[in-house]
Design a protein around this ligand. Structure first.
Ligand SMILES: Cc1cc2nc3c(=O)[nH]c(=O)nc-3n(C[C@H](O)[C@H](O)[C@H](O)COP(=O)(O)O)c2cc1C
Length: 182
């Protein structure tokens, strides 16, 4: 037997990409936002999409600067990840509030990476599209790096537990790797 699920809750069926922390900057200010709604979009060139509410400071910063960075937190950063998704950079400076370290990115000049995260994808905004109260930014990957020993072609699930948002205050983390070839 299957039960009807409210339409808005149906998004939780597929709300399953690992949580990312997106950094952005404008003038001398930086911001961090937690994002569950994101997806790879294209392999050649490598493009990725992030869906950001128009009301977020991040939306303003990315719109003005034309760049953003995706940072990959592991389970030890769960509390910081929830914090960055619960307060706005309009009121609080999240790097210091969360005790995270801004580190100069390899290619982008203004936007920093989060030192404590296991991987970073530096992107230039390629396109924007409005969907109701969100803006989908597609970003072209210009540089990516990951912690040595944890990413070799794939994430090593013994080395990092990626975080997934189930909805509300519930999270899960990545489990064991299974290699399936037909
Ligand atoms: C687990 C989690 C996932 C979230 N995913 C998104 C998302 O995909 N898109 C979005 O716009 N906001 C998302 N949010 C909400 C923002 O992270 C949050 O409103 C944040 O405080 C906005 O910060 P800013 O105003 O500094 O940009 C999420 C929050 C949490 C806790």
């Amino acid at each position: 037997m299957k039960i009807e699920v409210p339409k808005e809750k149906a998004l939780r069926f597929i709300n399953s990409g690992n949580l990312i922390l997106v950094t952005s900057a404008y003038k001398d200010k930086t911001d961090i936002v937690t994002v569950a709604w994101h997806s790879p979009l294209c392999r050649k060139p490598p493009l990725t999409g992030i869906s950001i509410a128009k009301s977020h400071l991040t939306c303003e910063f990315i719109g003005k600067s034309g760049e953003f960075i995706i940072n990959i937190p592991g389970e030890p950063l769960l509390k910081e990840t929830v914090l960055c998704g619960s307060v706005s950079g309009r009121e609080r400076e999240k790097f210091s509030e969360a005790g995270l370290t801004p580190v100069k990115a390899k290619r982008l000049v203004r936007t920093p990476v989060i030192g404590e995260c296991a991987g970073h994808i530096e992107c230039y905004v390629r396109d924007t599209k409005e969907y109701g109260d969100h803006i989908l930014f597609s970003g072209e990957v210009i540089y990516a790096e990951a912690e040595e020993g944890i990413f070799r072609e794939y994430w090593d699930t013994d080395g990092i537990k990626l975080i997934y948002h189930l909805g509300g205050s519930r999270f899960t983390t990545s489990g064991k790797t299974v290699d399936m070839r037909l």
